[in-house]
Design a protein. Structure first.
Length: 241
């Protein structure tokens, strides 16, 4: 299932508007006999108790919520995860990071001026973890430069492991994708992620960890040495006419 960033909502919204008008006429029945089914449904709906504190750039504060990404381009990026905004999605990132799931995974879709998307172990945009998909936790926090959000398919409750980091503000994504945090250190390192859909030479996450673990920056991967051909006298001779 391909994880995309946007979808066309105009058609469904227009259809809902057309369907909503006739239903309103049946909200009131004969003489004082009021239909309370809507009130009962509202009472049964779970109460959203989430809060939306601002991002803290203080790296000494809750280091267990600072996601550290060491990239193959030599950059170390730190991202504040906001469990208050999206507790289930933040917990998913923590669980997969503890499993080493993100280590070695590429940024497979990087659009200049938009965002860098990663988190798919297959590198195709169609993969994810073996854990079940998450229910959406859309919130009012805006997608600004450095925002971290979860990618999903067209189904709203389909986020799993893929994520994206926004290069520039994209308010059209607000309340349509689950915003879970923001880069608090080295957004310039995110800017250096190789572009492409997919990139010819994708940037990888060498190591994902959390600040409280104090992991050292991993050594860069050395290029694979190519076998050297022995030079013989024959190779030095000029070709025959």
């Amino acid at each position: 299932m391909k994880i995309s960033m946007v979808k066309n909502t105009f058609g469904p919204l227009a259809a809902l508007a057309l369907l909503a008008a006739p239903s309103a006429a049946f909200a009131q029945t004969d003489e004082g006999d009021q239909d309370t089914s809507g009130d009962e449904a509202a009472a049964a709906a779970p109460v959203d108790t989430r809060t939306y504190p601002p991002i803290s750039f203080d790296q000494s504060e809750k280091p267990e919520n600072i996601w550290v990404l060491d990239l193959s381009n030599g950059e170390r990026v730190k991202i504040r995860l906001m469990e208050e905004w999206a507790p289930a999605h933040v917990e998913r990132i923590k669980t997969l990071t503890a499993q080493g799931f993100y280590d070695g995974v590429v940024f497979h879709r990087v659009i200049d001026g938009f965002m860098a998307q990663g988190g798919d172990p297959t590198g195709t945009g169609q993969g994810g973890s073996e854990l079940p998909d998450l229910n959406e936790e859309f919130n009012p926090m805006p997608h600004v430069r450095g925002s971290l959000a979860m990618a999903r398919a067209t189904e709203e409750n389909s986020a799993n492991s893929q994520f994206f980091i926004v290069f520039y503000p994209r308010f059209s994504l607000d309340k349509r994708y689950t915003n879970i945090g923001r880069v608090i250190d080295n957004m310039g390192g995110v800017d250096t992620i190789n572009r492409g859909e997919p990139p010819q030479d994708p940037t990888r996450i060498l190591q994902a960890s959390f600040a409280n673990e104090n992991r050292p920056v991993p050594a860069p991967t050395a290029p694979v040495a190519q076998p050297v051909q022995d030079i013989t006298a024959d190779l030095l001779n000029a070709p025959l006419p």
